[in-house]
Design a protein around this ligand. Structure first.
Ligand code: ATP
Ligand code: MG
Length: 230
């Protein structure tokens, strides 16, 4: 369980998150955060991962203060964040990238690799291919697969459909749905329909504040979303 309680977050002297509270636990299947460019979605994920500081409130991962932890300890405890940039090692093979993802869980590497290959057969077929030579959709699958290699309890995906063709986006969302049967997914998306369709709890973030919270389908039908997106 990750609990965010009343945090303020800034870059230099520009504040971008305001008194934000929110939680995600293993009881959840999919929790989605949607909102326009610059709302602060990625910043929130970075703060939860221990990659960016907050200056009021608290963020705890399974009861412990994230500010006191190294980012790798947050991963070790069960929160894994697949960033917008994907951050693959382009010159390394698909398999090597996956193995890097298991750096906190070496002892279960073979078993997890088997599970990831079962979920994404294309990664097994292309295991020896350079990651940088994979297509955009394949690289996204690889980034998600690498996140799963750390055996997360909660997997955060930052804009997994970004830059992908509609058909590939559909495939990625099918996989996310499948993953959510085993692992809680925290989904940050611009693709509002898909992200809210899957979510049992969803938030609309605007200018660093949550302006609406509901079940995904209810939020999708709300005036907030209609005003912002339709
Ligand atoms: N490294 C940084 N230095 C300074 N300002 C930043 C930095 N990263 C983000 N910001 C600012 O913080 C605010 C929130 O950005 P963030 O990337 O969290 O938004 P987002 O909701 O993820 O947007 P997008 O949908 O475009 O990914 C924006 O105003 C952005 O300009
Ligand atoms: Mg972002």
């Amino acid at each position: 369980m990750i609990e965010v309680d009343g945090i303020d977050v800034s870059y230099g002297n520009i504040q971008v998150l305001w008194d934000l509270s929110f939680h995600v636990s293993e009881e959840d299947r999919v929790v989605s955060i949607v909102g326009p460019n610059g709302a602060g979605k990625s910043t929130l994920l970075r703060v939860m991962s221990g990659l960016h500081p907050y200056h009021a409130g608290s963020v705890t991962a399974w009861g412990e203060d994230v500010a006191e932890m190294d980012p790798s300890e947050v991963v070790q405890r069960g929160f894994v964040h697949v960033s917008e940039e994907r951050n693959l090692f382009g010159d390394m093979t698909v398999r090597e990238n996956l193995e890097m993802g298991a750096y906190t869980k070496r002892d279960t590497l073979d078993e997890t690799l088997r599970e990831v290959f079962d979920l994404f057969p294309i990664l097994e077929e292309r295991a020896s291919q350079r990651a940088g030579s994979m297509s955009g959709g394949q690289q996204q699958m690889l980034a998600i697969g690498r996140g799963l290699m750390a055996r997360p309890k909660i997997l955060a995906l930052d804009e997994p459909s970004e830059g992908l063709a509609p058909q590939i986006t559909n495939r990625v969302f099918e996989k996310i749905d499948e993953i959510s049967e085993e692992v809680t997914v925290l989904l940050v998306e611009q693709h509002v329909h898909k992200a809210l369709g899957l979510a049992d709890r969803a938030y609309l973030l605007e200018n660093g504040e949550f302006v609406a919270e509901d079940t995904g389908p209810a939020l999708l039908e709300s005036d907030h979303i209609k005003d912002a997106y339709l």
